[in-house]
Structures are given as structure tokens and as C-alpha cells.
Write a protein that binds this ligand. Structure first.
Ligand SMILES: [Zn+2]
Ligand SMILES: [Zn+2]
Length: 213
């Protein structure tokens, strides 16, 4: 069974995750650290738990989720993946950074490979399922770990809220459809680890999320 550790980083209060197994193999999700002390805290967690990062996977590539990608690749020399439909969003990330006055390290031109829907990501003997859940961004994915009953939902679903759909490539109806067909079909007790804000569950959001009643 995989463990999950969260960090809250950068001026957008983005949740960065580390997923790891009992052998210490780790997948780094959405490395959003911006300030040097944020990277230090992240790296300290990895070192004190003797983790061996194996890859970076992004739920999507808005700037608040990619601020720390270049630094993370540099530090751990590991491959970087996201869904191909997010490539236009990825290509615009550094430009958006300049617009916000938040410059960050130049991203690699392309990822090492693209993640596909339905792909099974393995970490040792553990598995993560990939759901394509567009609407917030065209290539947003969620990572589901059935064995421990949790899903990383990126900026698709939040506690009592949903992702923005007014950014380039976003679409409100597509987002609602993604949540209803890919997330609300999971067991109600599934923990939802979002790209921003606290942990919630599928059941709580089905009952209470004002955007989905
Ligand atoms: Zn986003
Ligand atoms: Zn975000």
C-alpha cells in the first residue's frame, strides 16, 4: 500500500505530494515549490525518510504546479511525465510566470514521455490508475490508488469547490462531466487529495459540493 505526504507551497498555496512505498521508492507529484526554503523542506523529507524518487508526474501543468519541476529534475535526475493534452498549457507556463511577476527556472522543452488515460503506473508492487479528467485544463489527470482508497484530484475537485474553467483550455461542462463520470463513480469513502485545500472524500463532495448538486 502506498503512503502519501502533502506539502503546501508557493504563493498559490498549491499542494505538492510525495507518494511512496515501504521500500522507499517514491513518485513526486506536482512539485510546486517556489521559495528556496520550500525546496529545502521537501528535500529534507525525502532524505530523512530515505526515499528514492523514481519519477515526477504532474496532474496538469499550470504554473503553480510546475514551479519546482526544473529544480526537482536537477536534484534527483528523474524522468518527468504529464498528459499530452496539457502540452499547450505547459508551453505557456513560463510566460504566465512572467505575467504574474513570478519568474521560475526554465522548464524542459518536453516531458520524457506522456501519460495516457487507463495507464497503470506501478511503484514496486503497488498500482496507480490514471483517469483523464479535462475541464480545468485539457490534460488534467487524477491518480487513483484503490488499495489505500485515495485519489489525487489535481485542480479538478476540491473540498466544497471545483477547479476554475475560465483559463485557456478550460470548459465548465467538461469539468462537471469529468467529475461525475470519473470521480463520483469511486467508492464514497475514497479520500480526495486536491491540488489546493484540505483532504475531503468522494461521498462528502457528492452530498455537499454546491457545484455538483
Ligand atoms: Zn490548475
Ligand atoms: Zn493549482
Amino acid at each position: 500500500m502506498l503512503s502519501i505526504q502533502s506539502f503546501c507551497f508557493n504563493p498559490f498555496q498549491e499542494n505538492t505530494y510525495i507518494i511512496f512505498n515501504q521500500e522507499g521508492e517514491a513518485i513526486l507529484v506536482d512539485p510546486g515549490m517556489y521559495y528556496p526554503n520550500e525546496f529545502e523542506a521537501y528535500d529534507a523529507f525525502i532524505r530523512t525518510h530515505n526515499l528514492k524518487p523514481t519519477k515526477i508526474i504532474n496532474t496538469h501543468t499550470h504554473l503553480d504546479h510546475v514551479f519546482g519541476v526544473a529544480k526537482t529534475i536537477g536534484a534527483y535526475q528523474i524522468p518527468f511525465y504529464f498528459h499530452e493534452a496539457d502540452k499547450p498549457v505547459y508551453d505557456a507556463a513560463n510566460v504566465f510566470g512572467e505575467m504574474y511577476g513570478l519568474k521560475f527556472d526554465q522548464l524542459p522543452k518536453t516531458p520524457d514521455a506522456y501519460i495516457k488515460e487507463g495507464e497503470e503506473i506501478t511503484l514496486g508492487t503497488d498500482k496507480l490508475e490514471v483517469f483523464l479528467t479535462p475541464g480545468h485544463s485539457p490534460g488534467s489527470i487524477c491518480l487513483y490508488h484503490a488499495a489505500a482508497n485515495w485519489v489525487i484530484s489535481g485542480d479538478v475537485l476540491f473540498q466544497m469547490s471545483i477547479g476554475r474553467s475560465d483559463l485557456p483550455g478550460g470548459d465548465h461542462q467538461t469539468l462537471l462531466q469529468s467529475i461525475r463520470t470519473k470521480l463520483f463513480t469511486l467508492p464514497p469513502e475514497t479520500a480526495v487529495h486536491s491540488g489546493h485545500g484540505p483532504v475531503t472524500t468522494i461521498g462528502l463532495e457528492m452530498m455537499n459540493n454546491p457545484f455538483l448538486q
